[in-house]
Design a protein around this ligand. Structure first.
Ligand code: FAD
Length: 564
C-alpha cells in the first residue's frame, strides 16, 4: 500500500519536503496544505520587491501551484488551513478558507513546517492603519501599494534585525526618510557591538536615522499620519510603520496536539526531525535544533536550515535514515553598500555560556590593492585558546564578504582550526583576491596569537589602561592622523622611525601599539619585544576602535578615549 504523506505549510520547508519525498517514492500520495494563496514563494525577496529592485512580482513565485503539481504530482491545496492534528486517529482537520468547507484527512506520516509569524506586541495603537508587518506576498502587496500610491515622506522601521534593515534600505531607495527604532543598543543582534557599529555608521551615512536603546511605547494618529511614541519620551512623526521586531514560531497546532515544545515555544525534534510523535516530523522556523558551537538547543529562523531539515524529514518519513547535525546560524545581509555576515557563535554568546575564546580582528582588501575597485573588509574571528578551533566569525565589507563567510562556515563545519586557515589554498587572481586571501590573513593573525608571536589587547581594554604605566603608541604616518584622527593621548612614532626612537622610550612602560588595521602594530610588537620592551598590539587597530565608538560612547560618554 502506498504511503500517505501530509505536509502543513507550502513554502520553504513544506515545498522542499514534498519535492524530496516525491523523488524518493513515485507511488506515495503527497498533499500540501497551505493557508496562503501561494506556495514556494521567495519571502527573502519581498523587501526588494517593495523597493523596486525586483520589478516583476511574478519573479517572487519560485514556482506556481500548477507547475509544482505537474512536476511532482503533489496535491497542493492553497487557501486551506489545518485546524487540528488528531494524533489518535492520525487525521488532520482542514478548512477551505474560500468555501468554509471542513474535512478530515488521514495521514501515515505528517511533516509540519508552519514557520514563524512576525511579533506584534500589545502596544496601544498597534492596530492603526499604516502599521505593517512583512511575512508573505499579500503583506508586501499592501506595503508596496502604500508606497506607490501615497508617496510617504517618512517611515519608522521598528526593529533593526535583517528584515528591518533590508526594509530601511528599500524605503530609502524609494525616497522615504527612514528611522530605525531598536530597543537593543545595537542593530543586528547576532553580531557583537563593535561589528554592528560599522553598520550603524554606514546607515547614518546613507541618511537612515537610528534610535538605539529605545523601544516603542505606543502609536497614535497624527493628522493624516502616525506618531510613534518611544520609551525615551521622544515622539517620531511618520506616514507608515514597519514592525520587524522578530518572529515567534507558529506552534499552536503542535501544542494543541500535545507534541513536546521547548521552553522557547519551539517544537522539539531529534536529529531525524521527528517530533515526540514518531509519525510526525517538524522543520524550519518552528523547531528547536542544536547549536553546533555551543551544543545547546536553539532556533534558527533562516531559509537554508529550513530547506536542509526538510530534505532530512522527508528522507526519514519515507523510510530512509538521515540525520540533521545542527546549525551554525550562518547569515548574510546587504545594508546599502555594505555586506554583513556571520557564522557560529558571537563573543556575547561565548561569554554568556562561559566558553573560553580568543578574539582577533583583521582588515584586508577584498582583492589585490593594485587592481581597481578593492575595498576593505573587517573580519572578527573567535577561536578556542586551547587548540585554535574556530568558534565564530563576523565580516563586514563592500565586496567579497559572501565567499569569505562561506569559507569560514565550511571550515567550521569541518571542525578546522585557525592553523588550517593559514594553509587553505584559495583561488587567486588580482580581480578576485590576494595571494594571501583575507581568510588566510585571519588565520595568520590568530595563529600568531596562539604561538605567542604577538600579545594583543582590545578596544574595550583601553578604558581600564593605567595611564602612568602604559603608553598608547600610534605607528601611522602623520598624514593618516590628519585625515582619520587618532586615539586621544597617543604618542606618534611612524613605524619606519621606531628603531631609531627606541633609545628615547622608557623601558619601564607598557607600549600599546596601534596603527590603521593592526599590521604595523604587529611589526612594532616584534621590534619592541625583541629589544626588551613590553608591548601589546591593539587588535584590528584604529579601524576596529572606530567601529566600537558607539559602544564605548554608550558605556562611558565621558571617556577621554573618544574622539571629539
Ligand atoms: P515558511 O517559509 O514561513 O512557511 C510556512 C508556511 O506555513 C506559511 O506560508 C504559512 O501560511 C503556512 N502555515 C502555517 N500554519 C498553517 C496551517 N495551520 N495550515 C496551513 N498552512 C499553514 N532567510 C534567509 O535565510 N535569508 C534571507 O534573506 C531571508 N529573508 C527573509 C525576508 C523576509 C521578509 C522574511 C519574512 C523571511 C526571510 N527569511 C530569510 C527567513 C526565511 O524565509 C524562513 O526562515 C523560511 O521561510 C522558513 O521556512 P518554513 O517552512 O519554516 O516557514
Amino acid at each position: 500500500m502506498s504511503i500517505r504523506l501530509l505536509i502543513i505549510g507550502g513554502v520553504a520547508g513544506g515545498a522542499t519536503a514534498a519535492a524530496r519525498a516525491r523523488r524518493l517514492d513515485e507511488r506515495a500520495e503527497i498533499v500540501i496544505f497551505e493557508r496562503g494563496g501561494h506556495i514556494s514563494f521567495a519571502n527573502c525577496g519581498l523587501p526588494y520587491y517593495i523597493g523596486g529592485v525586483i520589478e516583476d512580482r511574478d519573479n517572487l513565485l519560485v514556482t506556481t501551484r500548477e507547475a509544482f503539481m505537474k512536476r511532482y504530482r503533489v496535491d497542493v491545496r492553497i487557501n486551506t488551513e489545518v485546524l487540528a492534528i488528531h494524533r489518535d486517529s492520525k487525521e488532520l482537520e482542514v478548512t477551505d478558507l474560500l468555501t468554509g468547507e471542513t474535512s478530515r484527512e488521514r495521514y501515515d506520516k505528517l511533516i509540519v513546517s508552519p514557520g514563524a509569524e512576525p511579533m506584534r506586541p500589545p502596544l496601544d495603537g498597534i492596530d492603526l492603519e499604516g502599521i505593517y508587518r512583512l511575512r508573505n506576498i499579500p503583506d508586501s502587496d499592501r506595503i508596496k501599494a502604500m508606497v506607490d500610491s501615497s508617496n510617504p515622506r517618512a517611515a519608522v522601521v521598528v526593529g533593526g534585525g535583517f528584515i528591518g534593515l533590508e526594509m530601511a534600505e528599500n524605503l530609502v531607495h524609494r525616497g522615504v526618510q527612514t528611522t530605525v527604532v531598536e530597543m537593543a543598543d545595537q542593530v543586528m543582534a547576532p553580531l557583537d557591538p563593535e561589528m554592528a557599529g560599522l553598520i550603524q555608521a554606514h546607515l547614518r551615512e546613507q541618511g537612515v536615522m537610528l534610535e538605539l536603546g529605545n523601544g516603542v511605547a505606543s502609536f497614535r494618529r497624527n493628522g493624516d499620519g502616525l506618531l510613534v511614541a518611544t520609551q525615551s519620551g521622544k515622539d517620531i512623526p511618520c506616514d507608515m510603520v514597519i514592525l520587524s521586531i522578530g518572529v515567534i514560531p507558529e506552534v499552536k497546532l503542535a501544542k494543541e496536539a500535545g507534541l513536546q515544545l521547548s521552553n522557547r515555544r519551539s517544537i522539539v525534534v531529534d536529529g531525524t526531525m521527528s517530533t515526540s510523535d514518531p509519525d510526525i516530523f517538524a522543520v524550519g522556523d518552528a523547531v528547536q535544533i542544536r547549536d553546533l558551537v555551543t551544543g545547546l538547543p536553539t532556533g534558527v529562523a533562516l531559509a537554508g536550515p529550513a530547506n536542509k531539515q526538510a530534505r532530512i524529514a522527508a528522507d526519514n518519513a519515507m523510510g530512509r535514515r538521515s540525520v540533521y547535525k545542527g546549525a551554525l546560524g550562518t547569515s548574510i545581509v546587504k545594508v546599502f553598500k555594505l555586506t554583513v555576515a556571520g557564522t557560529g557563535a558571537s563573543e556575547k554568546t561565548l561569554a554568556s555560556n562561559k566558553i573560553p575564546y580568543i578574539v582577533s580582528y583583521t582588515h584586508s582588501g577584498s582583492h589585490a590593492s593594485y587592481y581597481p575597485g578593492a575595498s576593505n573588509m573587517a573580519i572578527k574571528l573567535l577561536f578556542s585558546p586551547g587548540d585554535g578551533t574556530i568558534l565564530g566569525a563576523q565580516i563586514a565589507g563592500e565586496e567579497g564578504v559572501d565567499k569569505r563567510i562561506d569559507v569560514l562556515a565550511t571550515a567550521m563545519q569541518a571542525r578546522m582550526t585557525v592553523f588550517d586557515l593559514e594553509e587553505l589554498e584559495l583561488a587567486y587572481a588580482p580581480p578576485f583576491s590576494s595571494a594571501k586571501d583575507p581568510v588566510n590573513v585571519a588565520g595568520f593573525v590568530a595563529s600568531n596569537i596562539l604561538k605567542g608571536d604577538v600579545e594583543i589587547t582590545h578596544w574595550h581594554d583601553l578604558a581600564g589602561m593605567d595611564k602612568d604605566s602604559s603608553v598608547l603608541l600610534d605607528l601611522r604616518a602623520k598624514e593618516e592622523l590628519d585625515t582619520s584622527g587618532a586615539i586621544p593621548g597617543s604618542l606618534n612614532i611612524p613605524i619606519d622611525d621606531l628603531r631609531e626612537a627606541l633609545k628615547d622610550l622608557d623601558p619601564h612602560k607598557t607600549y600599546i601599539a596601534y596603527c590603521a588595521i593592526g599590521l604595523r602594530g604587529y611589526l612594532a610588537y616584534r621590534i619592541l619585544s625583541q629589544n626588551g620592551f613590553r608591548c601589546l598590539n591593539l587588535s584590528g587597530g584604529f579601524r576596529t576602535f572606530s567601529g566600537a565608538e558607539d559602544e564605548m560612547m554608550r558605556k562611558n560618554p565621558d571617556s577621554s578615549l573618544l574622539k571629539s
